[in-house]
Design a protein around this ligand. Sequence first.
Ligand code: ASP
Length: 327
Amino acid sequence: MTEKKVVVVSTGGTIAMKHDPEAGGAVPAVTGVELVNAVPPLGDVCPLEVVEFSNIPSPHMTPSLMGKLSKKVDDILAEQDVAGLVITHGTDTLEETAYLLDLTLTSDKPVCLTAAMRHADGISPDGGKNILCAVQTAATEEAAGKGVLVVMNEEIHAAREVTKTHSGNVKTFASPFWGPVGYVDEGRVIFRRESLYREKVRPASLVEEVYLVKMAAGSDDLLLNHLAEKKVKGIVIEGFGRGNVPLSSIPGIKAALKARIPVVLTTRVLGGRVLDVYGYEGGAKHLKELGVIMGGEISGQKARIKLMLILGLTSDPEEIQTYFDKL
Ligand code: ASP
């Protein structure tokens, strides 16, 4: 047991919800203090403090709120008597918050996000065990310097790699093609590997006007043209496979580039990077030659968060490219 405390910052999500007969479904109902008090074994791990940041479903989380959370977390971690920090969050946008924090936090102290798939008054809710494992991880010295971690279902995942993979099952968070970095076994926090690639993007403020466009067979350029006309600040495209798009979408991509909007290419598949291996029209090579930025191997939703942060530093496409497609 560490002498220093772990701070639990509650933001909302199913973990803090109960069934409301009037609303006909689960709604925010539980405070951070109530969440912690409902898990007595937490008292044996380390001293705890609870900070109520918000109580929202995570579909209501916004990048600017994530930015505020990042500042709050850094302030808390700067305190001498704080060993680490746990954030309770909804699962829907958890990976985006985790990734934004991973890119922006200055502290190396452990930060673990956790959540629940079953609401607090459902049958066998998973929130209690998840908070316990997250606090145990955050209180462990070995968890420092590993970037932001996601602790769910007794597994520990790296923010850069993790994604929600199932809409209802408690085993929803996975790091496809990588696997968890470790696990928690009856209080023992065991790391088996590390997510090696570490990077930071720390603007004074982020630029929220960045849009994610997903490609499907035959997608045209209606949405892209609209975004180009609106002169939005950035576009992330989720293409097929290696980063290829339908012919009918290309005029819209050209319109966006002509409007000097940075366009970042990612892939809609779960693993691997976009790469200029195809020479046909609409292949990533063609798009790269047009001036599209290669997004590397992160998902569309994470590339969007990253582009919002980068745009707080630069809007030059060549400079933006240096932040993407790294190792
Ligand atoms: N819709 C919920 C949320 O993200 C789902 C969850 O927390 O599991 O807030």
